[in-house]
Design a protein around this ligand. Structure first.
Ligand code: UT7
Length: 378
């Protein structure tokens, strides 16, 4: 047991929840803008994509590699980062589960060797990781569990149409994870406040129209593109800026933290212009903004934990520094968390041994920024 962990006898309530392990798993295949454009015969160019989104490249999972595979890699990495601590609950935030039924989380827990711990998926699209973080923290605070593995994993290349210029250049695949335990207020990794919200009146703005119970898979879709992920980008953009600004501001006010005391701002990596807009409105200086959108694109539920797991970010932020996470996604949903920056050293795991696919992860942590160092696939 970690020496800073309070007594965790069954049923005890814990008031503070701490991030004590951080992990990542990324597909090896780096795909640059020109490759995405050529593959989908898209009417766009590298300059448009960089200028309007901030994205230069992203990772694509190999065919046959699932969200669950990526989640296992990230989960294993977070467990390695946390030392010998084992979770007694697993939450997987995803909108691209391995199957419509059952949830992916139980299989991930099984593959991680976690026995019969309660495990479930949580669907809040790009806000999913922060929703899952807040949910797991509430379980720990209630005494219902002591340690929880929270994974954000998505393989959007499995739902995005390569021929859709409004989405294909934006999304990438990946997974990130954290391990939570009870702890002491203000210690590195301690969660301070959370803010969650949703507005279903905008549920048509981000959607996969076909294949659910409303428009079942066995019926023909109204239009072929209805089988794929669709996003009304301009409307979503405005909502994203407004909701993340409000939600992040609320988390800060609850914590009693002035914006100019925040030393790490990590927003959902949707669009660099959205991130700059939110940070500008909150009054957070450029030096304290961290992200990975240039190299990874929008990895949906994985985007925030992948920033937390970035070795370069880890080196740049002092353990314990006031930090602000904020996300926005389909639903519409939004979520923010104020926390003290974790001291846990992030791990990026080698591929799980029970996979028969090509290696998923980049285990080399010796370079200052290993995620930018892989070769570009054709
Ligand atoms: O992760 C969940 C949350 N997601 C987000 O928050 C994403 C929010 N939206 C966005 O990031 C941006 O809206 C996009 C990157 C998707 C689009 O950028 P934009 O600057 O907002 O463009 P727009 O949607 O206002 O569209 C401007 C024009 C349109 O043409 P018309 O209607 O003015 O003739 C689009 O069809 O740009 C067109 N367009 C493109 N042109 C070249 C859209 N995508 C492209 C493209 N290349 N890839």
């Amino acid at each position: 047991m970690n020496s800073r962990m309070p007594d965790s006898s069954s049923g005890l309530r814990h008031t503070t929840v701490v991030v004590t392990g951080i992990g990542a798993c990324l597909p090896r295949r780096v795909v640059d803008n020109d490759t995405v454009i050529a593959r989908g015969a898209l009417r766009t160019d590298d300059t448009w994509i960089r200028d309007r989104t901030g994205i230069a490249r992203r990772r694509h999972a190999e065919p046959g590699t699932s969200t669950g595979d990526l989640a296992v890699g990230a989960g294993r990495a977070a467990l390695a980062s946390a030392g010998d601590l084992r979770p007694d609950m697993l939450l997987l935030a995803t909108t691209t589960p391995d199957h419509p039924c059952p949830a992916t989380a139980p299989a991930v827990a099984h593959r991680l060797g976690l026995g019969t711990i309660p495990s479930f998926d949580l669907a809040a699209v790009c806000s999913g990781f922060l929703y899952a973080l807040a949910t797991a923290a509430a379980f720990i605070r209630s005494g219902a569990c002591t340690t929880a593995l929270v994974i954000g994993a998505d393989a959007y290349t499995t739902i995005v149409a390569p021929t859709d210029r409004a989405t294909a250049p934006i999304f990438g695949d990946g997974a990130g994870a954290v391990l939570l335990r009870p702890g002491i207020p203000d210690e590195p990794g301690a969660l301070s406040t959370t803010d969650l919200g949703a507005d279903g009146s905008g549920s048509d703005l981000i959607t996969v129209p076909h294949g659910g119970s409303r428009h079942p898979q066995h019926l023909p879709p109204s239009a072929p593109e209805d089988r794929h992920f669709q996003m009304q980008g301009r409307a979503v953009y405005a909502h994203a800026v407004r909701r993340m600004t409000q939600s992040a501001g609320s988390a800060l006010r609850q914590a009693g933290w002035a914006p100019d005391t925040v030393r790490a701002f990590v927003g959902h990596q949707a669009n660099q212009r959205i991130l700059d807009s939110v940070a500008d409105r909150l009054g957070i200086a450029s030096a304290h903004r961290f992200g990975n959108i240039r190299d990874l694109g929008n990895t949906a539920a994985a985007s925030i934990p992948l920033v937390l797991a970035d070795p370069a970010v880890h080196q740049a932020v002092a353990p314990g520094a006031r930090s602000l996470l904020t996300a926005f996604g389909g639903g519409l949903t939004w979520a923010s968390v104020a926390l003290h920056w974790p001291s846990a050293v992030p791990h990026t795991e080698a591929p799980p041994t029970d996979l028969d696919t090509t290696p998923l992860c980049t285990p080399d942590l010796s370079r200052s920024h290993p995620w930018t160092a892989s070769t570009t696939a054709s």
